[in-house]
Design a protein around this ligand. Sequence first.
Ligand code: XMP
Length: 512
Amino acid sequence: MKENEKILILDFFGQYNQLIARRVRECNVYSEIVPFDTSIEKIKEIAPKGIILTGCPASVYEENAPTISKELLDLGIPMLGICYGMQLISYILGGNVREADKREYCIKKVKIDNTSPLFFGFNNENQCLMTHTDFVDELPSGFRNIASTDDCPNAGMANEEKKIYGIQFHPEVNDTVDGLKIIHNFVYKVCGCTGDWKMSSFVEESVKTLKEKIGGKKALCALSGGVDSSVAAILLNKAIGKNLTCIFVDHGLLRKNEGDEVEKVFREQYDINLIRVNAEDRFLSKLKGITEPEQKRKIIGEEFIRVFEEEAKKIGKVDYLVQGTIYPDVIESGVGKGQTIKSHHNVGGLPDYVDFEEIIEPLRDLFKDEVRKTGLELGIPENLVYRQPFPGPGLAIRVIGDITKEKLDTLRDADYIFREEIAKAGLDKSLNQYFAVLTNLKSVGVMGDDRTYDYTLALRAVETHDFMTASFAKIPYEILEKVSVRIVNEVKNINRIVYDITSKPPATIEWE
Ligand code: XMP
């Protein structure tokens, strides 16, 4: 297989590093993130078409600030320094970096010189995200100014002959208008890439490296039926076939028909070594009488591990444990500083007492939409690939208060109707998450001539980019009405339906 062109991203612990890598991939060029202190020999061996230096929380003049050797700047490899990266290039090449009188942590207007290849196709003014305290006060010799804001005279610099560039702002974030175009210009106009990389290349490359790494050894994968673990499993199946065993723990808290659908795809379409464990009774007996949401999560998380562990023991020692961790999980589990609003049990992993040697996380660098593209490349059906997110603890956190099989079945039927009507109305692609919640509230109703005293069901639908904030979806009344009529007529034990009109914050997406 032909080696792809590569852009190397030197990691200085900037908060947007993976986003930079992803933007380069969006330009159809392969990118790899390596530590800032990767040796010159190694970099020469990788032979990248260009190098990007990321941001960093430090100041270049601090003692022990992360740095690179000047030799790297003399290799003739095109380079783009972003934020700290720009300051570092200046500092090493004899420019001056100092603390600004006024910090900039905001969206700014930036004047740009569109004669520079980096800004090809731009007007003279743009909007960008600035997050810095230090700035380049004096450019190193051989460099010219190519961008400025009213508080930062040198917001961009270029030595076009040496193909070395620096920008103080962040082209990788959405707040910088047309930031992708800047990266595109760097990759194509400065580095001369041809754009030979696609998501299918990711599949090919991953299969090849996984094959080489795992060889004839055995791997085990916990399958939840969600997109991430399904894509990871099928990627591994492609690489090592029957040397992969998947364990699908069905905790009985899945949506209607979900367990069977997942099993069908895996068995019929991929001929995967699959063990499905029907553990509904076990989970329900552990959850009996439990009403506190975090306790529910904890119990489910622990029980999941127990079941997995028991099944894994039957298989015996495996060499590798496969996990469908994706990049946003890595950030989320790495945070640790913020307050825990809800503990997401499937983030953070499985126990270390399952007998395996190493964890493999083939999707660790990918964002959700890239995982979906990978899934489509692997031939996974669209309905599975575009499945809306579903929490690890499943319907347990959508039955408010204590959980019974009867309540779960009621919720499953109601939720199914809601999803069906949303799909019929063509809203399933635009809503990011939509589901029903069985509240613990009973109220009086009337059906025919009879008084009823039954549950209130809540419908929830949100639009969101990142699930950290969300707005409630403005679903047309006619659709809500249709759903409401169908549910009260077709599902037992529900006599009232409400629609949740709170956004996040102040509410969360799930009710528990
Ligand atoms: P909240 O309710 O915190 O949800 O606004 C944000 C997103 O996370 C999902 N969620 C979970 N996912 N385990 C998970 O795997 C959990 O315990 C959990 N709780 C919430 C939720 O469905 C939404 O997509």
